[in-house]
Design a protein. Structure first.
Length: 329
């Protein structure tokens, strides 16, 4: 069994812990959170009598027999925890986004490339049945020639009611683009490869707080795309990616539902299952740890998504090439 520790015992940490508890190839060896009660609660719910708890991640990565670490802390803390885990010769799953900014993401790529440990970022569209079907359909020409890819985000309240963490409001490491847009920009990258240029007009809710109004465009493999984000408004939440072709369109909505020709009389739901993406990630990660091929989102792939996010924030209406400040391609 792979002995894994969790750093960060919030909503996502508990979700991972539940999947670990249910996976025959893992055992929760340790849990860490700055709040000792949260670490103890996660361990009690999903661990065994052997599961250690701590408030210091440097203690967790030195746990006897530990094989891997899941990093579920806010983005600003990713670099320190990932670096310490790799220095302790542990395999690492890092929560998205890989970091709060692309420069730090590239540092993590370099750290990963300097070790033989397995590393991955939790970007579940790699395993979501509806998105996988979307990717395959576009590649197979089922919608004809792709003409546009559209990303739409609507958040009546940000952070959402269930996200009771102050850091999600901060411009430095929070905001809906990092928290949600990361998934969909990764989706664009999966569909069409690297984003070559972006241009965006971004409005903010306050001097140091999150973006609440984004209208932008981008280009990937010759396909033009749009980003349309609005927070703090009347209406329902929506997160969607639509690929419009010259013969049909495909839309992924509600994170998992794939619809052909959404909004038209001939609309057809092609996929309506969520899939167990966390279990899929853990299985692929276990395969890689045990020496087999694992279909994992690499640190490099995740860092390129972060470059797109940085470019959107830096654009101010100008055309910006993601990663234009990078020393690597």
């Amino acid at each position: 069994m792979i002995q894994i520790g969790i750093v960060g015992c919030g909503v996502i940490g508990n979700r991972l812990a539940a999947a670990i508890d249910d996976h025959e190839r893992y055992e929760l060896a340790a849990a860490c959170d700055l709040d000792a009660d949260r670490a103890a609660s996660l361990a009690a719910d999903h661990g065994t009598e052997r599961t250690a708890t701590t408030t210091d991640h440097t203690d967790l990565v030195e746990t006897d027999g530990l094989d891997a670490v899941y990093v579920g802390v806010p983005p600003l803390a990713h670099r320190e925890v990932v670096a310490d885990a790799l220095a302790a010769d542990k395999h690492v799953i890092c929560e998205k986004p890989i970091a709060a900014d692309a420069a730090t993401g590239r540092e993590l790529v370099a750290l990963a490339e300097g070790t033989d440990r397995v590393t991955a970022v939790n970007l579940p569209f790699r395993y979501t049945p509806g998105f996988v079907r979307l990717r395959e359909a576009v590649a197979a020409g089922e919608i004809g020639e792709p003409r546009r890819v559209e990303l739409q985000f609507r958040f009546p309240q940000w952070p959402r009611e269930w996200q009771d963490v102050a850091w999600l409001e901060s411009r430095e490491q929070g905001g809906p683009l990092r928290e949600v847009g990361t998934h969909f920009l990764f989706g664009v990258q999966e569909l069409f490869g690297p984003v070559e240029a972006v241009s965006a007009d971004v409005g903010y809710s306050g001097p140091e707080t999150y973006e609440d109004d984004v209208v932008g465009s981008f280009r990937a493999d010759g396909v033009r795309g749009t980003v349309d984000l609005l927070c703090d408004h009347e209406g329902e939440e929506e997160n969607s990616i639509t690929v419009v072709g010259d013969e049909a369109s495909l839309s992924l909505t509600h994170w998992y539902r794939l619809v052909r020709n959404r909004g038209r009389e001939d609309a057809e739901t092609l996929v309506d299952e969520r899939g167990d993406t966390v279990r899929a990630l853990l299985t692929e990660f276990a395969d890689a740890v045990e020496g087999d091929d694992g279909d994992l989102v690499s640190f490099a792939e995740a860092a390129r998504v972060q470059e797109i996010l940085d470019a959107i924030h830096a654009s101010d209406g100008d055309r910006v090439r993601p990663g234009s400040d990078a020393d690597w391609e």
